[in-house]
Design a protein around this ligand. Structure first.
Ligand code: ATP
Length: 235
């Protein structure tokens, strides 16, 4: 339904083999809003994103996308429902050209439009359309990953460590792009080591610690709280 949250995670537990990582994790991403998921290294943030996108099966709990339960659905079905996951390390097809990476995400007949929008957002990509993605700089690869993720105007985008290893000026550009996509109505779930930037973009923030949500509330409140200073400061 239209008013349903973009994402609801309820009591989700998950892990790898015998190792429990997530313990009864619950949070919501309202439609069209930006939520930051923060926490120290190893807390389980990436694992949450993998569970949401269907890359990792959950042991218990429920996941709903736009009001529809997807807990047992495969990743490609969730993708078809408008979910897009930009993994840590970018997830571009390194052996394909920039143009091919973008066109691959477009619906039939929408290829030119996809290229146009990507180049409008990141003009540098326009000068590299024929270049193999694997030969781009890290920042350019991240721009390509972001542009490719948004070709289909997804309803929910999971962004894992978009700023990792990038120069601040590139990070600014990527966060500005994400802000515009949020203004267009995409819901975003953002995991980022730059807690301050993620909180500046987000309306709501959750803090994960040892696989449990230990805080949830307005992003602005978290910026001013003790939790922020104690381990979320980041660069
Ligand atoms: P980081 O910011 O360091 O990536 P994170 O909060 O994203 O941290 P996760 O990557 O979700 O944390 O990892 C959570 C826990 O799960 C860690 O203890 C990690 O060692 C473990 N883990 C992650 N991936 C695997 C895997 N494929 N097999 C086994 N254990 C894993």
């Amino acid at each position: 339904t239209l008013d349903a949250p973009a994402l609801e995670v309820e009591g989700v537990s998950a892990g790898y083999g015998p190792t429990a990582v997530l313990r009864e994790v619950s949070f919501t991403v309202p439609a069209g809003s930006v939520v930051a998921l923060l926490g120290p290294n190893g807390a389980g943030k990436t694992t949450v994103l993998r569970a949401v996108s269907g890359l990792l099966p959950v042991r218990s709990g429920t996941i709903r996308i736009a009001g529809r339960e997807v807990t047992r659905e495969r990743a490609h079905r969730r993708f078809a429902r408008g979910l897009c996951h930009v993994p840590e390390g970018r997830g571009v097809f390194r052996g394909l050209t920039v143009r091919e990476n973008l066109v691959l995400q477009a619906a039939a007949g929408q290829e030119d439009d996809a290229l146009e929008r990507a180049v409008a957002a990141f003009p540098i990509l326009g000068r590299r359309l024929g270049q193999q993605a694997g030969t781009l700089s890290g920042g350019q690869q991240q721009m390509l990953a972001m542009a490719a993720a948004h070709v289909r105007s997804p309803g929910l985008v999971l962004v894992d460590e978009a700023s990792l290893g990038l120069a601040p000026i590139i990070v600014d550009e990527i966060f500005e792009f994400l802000r515009q996509r949020a203004d267009d109505g995409a819901a975003l779930l953002i995991v980022d080591q730059f807690a301050r930037r993620a909180l500046a973009l987000a309306s709501t923030a959750y803090v994960l610690r040892r696989g449990r949500i230990v805080h949830g509330g307005p992003a602005a409140d978290l910026l001013n709280s003790d939790l922020f200073g104690s381990y979320l400061g980041g660069p």
